[in-house]
Design a protein around this ligand. Structure first.
Ligand SMILES: [Zn+2]
Length: 151
């Protein structure tokens, strides 16, 4: 079940409260990033309460400095095919002018090429609904929100 584009209670570090957030994108069915509807800050999803999964810390191969909260094995499995596919698609970009800036409130179509401020170039693989799409980025396939209404 996907919750991209929906509202969720999450802990906001800026507001220091558990508040209503919009789900921005998820990966492998796990919510990755949310946007606080109170202060507008975008941040990683930590759940309604901070520090929910103490067991995740003992996974081996933690060479990435940041905290990995969700299924690192699934992530490493999909890393290489994703990069190959992404590189192949990049080679097909004919005109940089076709690349659209990612915007939460705009709508996109399968086949669109987008540029995300954090993830870089992405390819819209498919739309799941009017407000959700799967986008292939260099490092992973992410489920992104789109076409959301301004608050
Ligand atoms: Zn906030």
């Amino acid at each position: 079940m996907s919750s991209v584009g929906e509202l969720i209670d999450a802990y906001c570090l800026r507001c220091k409260l558990t508040l209503s957030h919009v789900v921005l994108f998820e990966m492998g069915g796990v919510i990755q990033k949310v946007k606080c509807r109170t202060c507008g800050a975008e941040h990683k999803y930590r759940g309604p309460k901070p520090e929910m999964k103490p067991g995740a810390a003992r996974l081996r191969g933690a060479k990435v400095g940041r905290r990995v909260s969700a299924s690192p094995s699934a992530k490493s499995e999909q890393r290489k095919p994703t990069l190959q596919e992404w590189t192949r698609k990049c080679e097909k970009i004919k005109d940089e002018g076709d690349i659209r800036a990612y915007d939460l409130q705009k709508s996109f179509q399968a086949g669109d090429v987008i540029r995300h401020p954090t993830f870089g170039i992405g390819f819209v693989e498919r739309l799941l609904s009017e407000t959700r799409m799967d986008v292939l980025f260099e490092d992973a396939l992410r489920r992104m929100a789109m076409n959301t209404k301004a608050p």
